[in-house]
Write a protein that binds this ligand. Structure first.
Ligand code: AR6
Length: 176
């Protein structure tokens, strides 16, 4: 599904984000930036060692990446030139500012993308796997934050939401 919001094309697709044909894909990382399972593992596997090398360099320079923040590396062997790594919140019954932290992930990632002149970007469904954020609630935060951003900022031409599982895809098609 595809629609136009101001001058930005928003695409909702089901698939594997490592195959996305965009300038930048987003990784649902952890604070160590050193890789893990889920989409993080898939991105590091597909993109190769260069991504991890840059993550290590960033971590050595500035320490762990706090929840809600974002850092950028090369895309290595991926089709995407860049990967932005952001750290989603672990779901804890919603009592730990999870909503704000998840919203920060999307907003900080988009701000960093604009700073780097990135025109197309693909997001996974951050926090909805290992970190246990309820999928419907996470989709609502993701869509709302991205829509608010696009309403104020027209520099990104294309934003994809890449849903790996059917459940997330259906939720996104329903508008979160
Ligand atoms: N393409 C797109 N989405 C994917 C892919 C893929 N190839 N693989 C999984 N997903 P998760 P989190 C979806 O667990 O919940 C890691 O160990 C998946 O179906 O990857 O933010 C990190 O290092 C789900 O909808 O990330 C952290 O420790 C979504 O990606 C921790 O997991 C996010 O699931 C982060 O947990």
């Amino acid at each position: 599904m595809k629609f136009l919001l101001n001058s930005t094309v928003i695409e909702i697709i089901q698939g594997d984000i490592t195959q996305s044909e965009v300038a930048c894909i987003v990784n649902a990382a952890n604070t160590s930036l050193l890789g893990g399972g889920g989409v993080d593992g898939a991105i590091h596997r597909a993109g190769g060692k260069q991504i991890l090398d840059e993550c290590i360099r960033i971590r050595n320079a500035q320490g762990n990446c706090p929840t809600g923040e974002a850092v950028i590396t090369t895309g290595g062997k991926l089709k995407a030139k860049y990967v932005i790594h952001t750290v989603g919140p672990v779901w804890n019954d919603g009592k730990n500012n999870e909503r704000e932290k998840l919203s920060n992930c999307y907003r900080n990632t988009l701000n960093l993308a604009v700073e780097k002149g990135i025109k197309s970007i693909a997001f996974p469904n951050i926090s909805t796997g290992i970190y246990g954020y309820p999928k419907d609630k996470a989709a609502e935060v993701a869509l709302k934050t991205v829509v608010e951003f696009v309403e104020k900022n027209e520099t990104i031409e294309r934003i994809q939401f890449v849903c790996f599982d059917r459940e997330n895809y259906d939720i996104y098609l329903g508008g979160g």
